[in-house]
Design a protein around this ligand. Structure first.
Ligand code: FMN
Length: 267
């Protein structure tokens, strides 16, 4: 079988899960493609349609933001639906969601987005790693390592179900209530998040890492100023990966020693 997973990963958790999924599929003697949906991948419609046509099952992998799908992935799924609907390609789809504490509505929303496209969500898995938003606490490595072992087992179960054609829909429960509360506030905060970002002129070396790595191409250097624009999906990559810790939030520059940046589960 051939599995193609389209993924978005702001800071590395989801990329780790997708790589693990691909490793497990490979060990079972099948094929797994991993395709980032960052703007830098710049897939044409023809390329995208071809990838979907060749796959036996299509995966969408993303972090959960505000109990929901991040805007960058929502837009990508809508694009896929627009491409496959006229072709009447009936295929199985799967979702890999990573989250920190409340997974909530990601899969439900994905089912809604895929409705009528010919892609049917047959399996999903929620992978709990850790929260990637700003924190003053050092990362609990031991806890994360334990979760990664558990997550590998979850991903193996997902692969087995997909190969056997068994439905696997798992992971809602009582979190829906908290998720509903978060969902009221977070989308608006995400949409406005770019307005809170800035660059500390004294720490910045103009290395351009933030501009080059922004998954939505929402950071530009205009003259002497960095401009953050509204396509920002609030992934925290610029903040977490600036080599000089020069990105400010609400005008505040936090010391990377005191406020460790999160750079993925394997950093
Ligand atoms: C803007 C934003 C909103 C988030 N909202 C949630 C949330 O509602 N529930 C949750 O459990 N984690 C939330 N998180 C944490 C991420 O889902 C989690 O850390 C994820 O694994 C990050 O994946 P990545 O490293 O692939 O970007 C949020 C993170 C960000 C940046």
């Amino acid at each position: 079988m051939n599995f193609t997973t389209f993924y978005f990963s702001g800071t590395g958790n989801t990329r780790w899960a997708v790589r693990e999924f691909a490793r497990i599929v490979g060990e079972k003697g099948h094929q797994a493609e991993q395709v980032s949906i960052d703007i830098q991948t710049s897939l044409t419609d023809v390329e995208l349609r071809g990838m979907i046509a060749q796959a036996d099952a299509i995966g969408f992998a993303n972090p959960i933001y505000g109990g929901d799908i991040p805007p960058i992935m929502g837009a990508f799924i809508s694009r896929v639906v627009g491409l496959v609907r006229p072709q009447k390609m009936a295929k199985s789809a799967y979702a890999i969601n990573t989250y920190g504490y409340v997974n909530a509505f990601g899969p439900t929303e994905m089912q809604k987005l895929l409705a009528g496209s010919g892609l049917t969500l047959s399996a999903y898995v929620n992978i709990r790693l850790c929260n990637n938003v700003t924190s003053s606490k050092p990362l609990d490595r031991a806890k994360l390592a334990k979760r990664m072992v558990k997550d590998q087992k979850e991903l193996e179960r997902l692969v087995d179900c997909l190969m056997a054609g068994r439905k696997r829909i798992k992971g809602h429960g009582p979190q829906l209530l908290i998720g509903a509360m978060i969902r009221k506030k977070v989308p608006e905060a995400i949409a406005k998040f770019y307005q809170t970002l800035g660059v500390d002129g004294a720490s910045c070396t103009r290395c351009m890492a933030c501009v080059e790595n922004c998954p939505t191409g929402s950071i530009r250097l205009t003259g002497n100023r960095f401009v953050f624009s509204s396509g920002c999906t609030a992934c925290m990559r610029c903040y977490n990966f600036c080599p000089n810790g020069a990105i400010t939030i609400d005008g505040v520059l936090t010391d990377p020693q005191k406020f460790p940046r999160y750079q993925g589960p394997e950093a």
